[in-house]
Every structure is written in C-alpha cells, then in structure tokens.
Design a protein around this ligand. Sequence first.
Ligand code: FEO
Length: 404
Amino acid sequence: MYCVREVTNDLYWVGANDHRLTLFENIHPIPRGVSYNAYLLLDEHTVLFDTVDWSACRQLLENLDHLLAGRPLDYLVINHMEPDHGASIEEILLRYPDVKVISTEKSFMLMRQFHFQVDTHELITVKEGDTYTFGSHTVTFVGAPMVHWPEAMVTFDVTNGVLFSADAFGSFIALDGKLFADEVNFDRDWIDEARRYLTNIVGKYGPHIQLLLKKAGGILDQIKYICPLHGPVWRKDLMYFIEKYDKWSRYEPEEKGIMIVYASMYGNTEAAAQALAARLCEKGCPNVAVYDVSNTHVSYLVSEAFKYSHIVLTSVTYNLGIYPVMHNFLMDLKALNLQNRTFAIIENGSWACKSGDLMQKFVDEELKNMTVLNERVSMASALGADKAAELDALADALVESVAE
Ligand code: FEO
C-alpha cells in the first residue's frame, strides 16, 4: 500500500519508516526507528530527490507508482549516495529506463565504487551554484562536503523555498504518519534523538556544518521548508533547529549543567557519583544527569556530552588503566571532536589508584580546549565520611564553574 504525504504544492514525501533495523550504521541503537526520506516533485518534468535504504525500496516504488500514475520519472537528484539513501538507485534506474541522474562528480565516482550500475543512464554532473529547471521549478545545487560524506550536496528549490538538506537537519525516530516537526512536540520528544543523530553521525565535521550554515545564512529569508533525509520536515520555527545545529557544530554546550559519568564495578564508585549528584542539587545546581558508562550505549553518552557544559568522569582503576568502557567513551569524544567543556574527576583504586591521572592526561592531551578542575576526589575502594569535605569542595567548584 502506498504511504505518501504532501509537503507543499507539487511536492510529496515518498520515503519510508524502518522499525526493524536495530543498529543504525550497525553501531547506534535506534529503539524508536528511523525514516528514510525521499521526495517527489511533479512539475512539467517529474523529479525524485534521493532514494531510500534497500530494505525500504518496495515502499518507495509503491509510492512512486501511485503518485506518478503512469507518468515517467524524468530525473533523479542524488544529494547523498550513502547506501541508507542510495541503495535503491539501481532499482529506480531499472524501473524508469529514461530517468536522468543528477549528482556531483564525487557521488558518481562513489556509486561506481559501490558497483551501482549507473552508466547505462544519462548522468548530469553538477557543481556548486549550478541551476536546473524542471518546468516551473528551478533548483540550485550547493556543495555540502563532509555533511556527512565528501560527495554530499544540498539542493535548493528557488521557486517554493524548499531546501533538500541531505543528512543535515536530520534525526533518528520513525515518522509514523507525522511528517512535519510542528506535528510533534519536538523539543520534548525528539530533540535528544536529533542531537544523538547529529553528534554521532556528523559530530566530527562541525566546521563543515558551519560552512553549510554560512551558505544557508545567505538565503535564510528564502528558505520555507527544510526537507532532510531522516526525520521530520521543517516548515515553522526553522531558527529553533538551525540554532541547535549552530551550537552543536561549534561544539558549544546547549545547556549549563553537569553530566556525571561513572564506571563502577561493585557500586562504590557509583555511590560517590550519586553523593556528588545529591550535593550539586542541594547546592542549587539541579541540572545534573548521571549515567552508568557500562550500561548506557556510548552514542547516548556522546549526545549528552554535547548537551552539557560540565562532565564529571568518575572511574575505577582497571588493570592499572582507565576502565575500558570509560576509555572507549573518551575515545569517542576525541573521534567526534568535542571541545570547550569543563571536566572534573573522581577516581577509585583499591591498591593502585591510577584512573584519575590517566583520565586527566587524556583530557589534557587528546581533547581540544578542555579545562579540568583541580578539586579531584580520590578514594581507595569506597568513599568514607572522611572524604565528605573533599566531595563538598568538588561540588562547590562545579557549582561555581557552572554559574560563571
Ligand atoms: Fe543518512 Fe550519511 O546517510
């Protein structure tokens, strides 16, 4: 059965939802699913903007069949050819033998590298600033390299103000009937998953997102719709989401607050993290989030690290090193380029307490533009009442730093 939504005059969402995929990119859990968005423009010529993951190909084909109602598909614009969007390209070419494909040179190169059989069709290579007219709609192509792959571009329809933004402005979570961000309570129900999507998938490429935002800034008054490849379409309050993207890609915290991440083997290090959280709230700083690094998927931790201004690393020593899962979290922060945060450290070790020095060294030497507070708390096996003053001093330093 076809499943389509009208975006605006002549333009339809023809994508699909996926609740069967457990791990996006085979690494990030998506318990609320994901959508693969594709859009069909019915102008004098018919134009499909991007395709979908192979698992959703049949739904895309049914949607096209319904809306084209016997018309041929004239053009296929590929903004991003990564297989979660490009895997159905070949099938579209088989179904629509006269379709012409528009994309970047690098995109066609990558399609061939993936062995997509595209050379049987007319390929139109476009670059930054090129325009194309499909009838009453004229579009312009804008390069968006490394948002999220090097071949990516975005397409702006100057006629109706629709920006086909590829991976930019995307989100995890299946649409399930809703299409527009204003049809859901985005700030309550979606923002965490939108941040988790952006920071884990494209977080490393903040400067490239900044470049794209700068280009969008020049036509901001003309953008009426943002149509990403995952998640809802934006037609209201665009600046809400643009400002979030600006913050995330500049590695600026979204909120003044404290994330406490703990690695605890028998509950004693966890007890220290909880005692600190209680003190912070008591001292008037309730924006505190506590996570067990061992049972929280690192993609959630990364997202929270991008959200909060302060991060407390609370870890046991393990084989004279950093607890492996905590180390993995720190490695991900490095890989995703997180910057501009204030850290504090609580360390534990029963016979050789090493984790504090090692975490400090990692933050100082491996991450960029980070501060580590001096008030470290060290414990041997478990935190006793004799350490209350040290814990208070750490809490005071954090509260003061958050208030700055
Ligand atoms: Fe949703 Fe970079 O692909």
